[in-house]
Ligand binder design. Sequence first.
Ligand SMILES: O=C(O)C(=O)C[C@]1(C(=O)O)C=C[C@@H](O)C=C1
Length: 358
Amino acid sequence: MPESQLDVLRGKIDKIDEELLILLNKRAKIVESIGKVKETQSTKRYDPVRERQLFDRIAQNNEGPFSTTALQQIFKQIFQVSLELQKDDNRSALLVSRKKKPEDTIVNISGIKVGDGKQQFVMGPCAVESYEQVYQVAEQVKKHGIGLIRGGAFKPRTSPYDFQGLGFEGLELLRNAADAFDLKVISEIMTPSDVEKALDYVDVIQVGARNMQNFDLLKEVGKTNKPVLLKRGLAATIEEFIYAAEYIMSKGNDQIILCERGIRTYEKATRNTLDITSVPILKKETHLPVAVDVVHSTGRRDLLLPAAKAALAIGADLVMAEVHPDPAVALSDSAQQMNFEQFDSFMKAINPCVNVFN
Ligand SMILES: O=C(O)C(=O)C[C@]1(C(=O)O)C=C[C@@H](O)C=C1
C-alpha cells in the first residue's frame, strides 16, 4: 500500500522526535555534570541569571513559526526538570539513604543491637527525679528482660517555670541505677557544649524533637562515636527528618536511630498525631533503624498498647514508653506514664506481638 501524505509527514516528525529525545538526554547529562560541579562549590542549583541568558538566546535565534514566548515556556519546563534532576542526584548521594548503602545499619548500644531484626523496647521515667525513683524503675525494666533504660535529665519544657530536670546530677543518678542492673542508658542532651561531658554517663545520646534542627548539636553528636536517637521534630517533614540525620552522619557517626514521636496536626484527641507510615517510609528511604515513641505521640496511657502493637506490626525496631513508680506525682508527663502494675500488663500484652510480622 502506498504511503499517504500524512504517513510521510508523521514519519518525519517521528525522526525529529527521536533526535529531540537524544538531544534532550544529551543536555540532561550535561545538566547532571553541572549539578555535581555546583555541589562541590556549594553553589545554588537554580540560576536565574543563566536562565535569562538562555531566554535571550532563544529570542535572538528564533525564526518561528513558534513564538518566542511559547519556546520560552517550553524551555522553562526543561530548566525545571533539569533542576529536579540535579536535586535527585544530590538526594541519592545522601549518606543515610538506602541508595548509598542498601544493607541495614545495626546500631550497637554497648552490646545491645538495634536494627538486627529483633524488636526491642526502651522504658524508663520521663524525667529523672531521685535515685530511689530511677532505681525502682531500673529494677522493673530488668525484670521484663529489657536492656535499655531512658530518663530525662535535661528537660526541654514548654514553660520555663516547669521542672527543667536535674542536669548532670540526674544523669549520674540514672547511670548508677542502670549499672546496678546492667542496663544501657538513653538520655537527652540539649546543648552542644554538654555533649562531651555526657559521654561518660550515657550509652545513647537522645536529640529531642525540639532540637531536631539544632544543627550545631547535630554536628557535635556526629563527631562522637556514641549511638544517637534522633527524634522527629514536632512539625518536621520526613525529608527534613532525613536531612537532620544526614547532618549527624556527615560528621562521621553512622550509629543513628530515627524516632517517630508524632507530629502536630489539627487533631486534638491525641497529644500529637502518630505518623505510623513514616516507619516503613524511613526504613525504605534510609538504612537506619527506626523507633516509635508511643508516649509523646499519643499522650494517652490508654493508647500506649495499641500504638505499640501498631509500631511493631509496621516494622519498628524499637518501641519507647515511660514508666514511673507513681505517675500521679511525677514532675512531668504524669498522664501518660505507666505505673508498675500497668507496665506488667503492657509487657504481658505486647510480648506476643514482638517479631510477629517481620
Ligand atoms: O547552567 C546551569 O547552571 C544549570 O544548572 C543548567 C540549567 C539548564 O537547564 O540549562 C538548569 C537550571 C538553572 O536554573 C539554569 C540552567
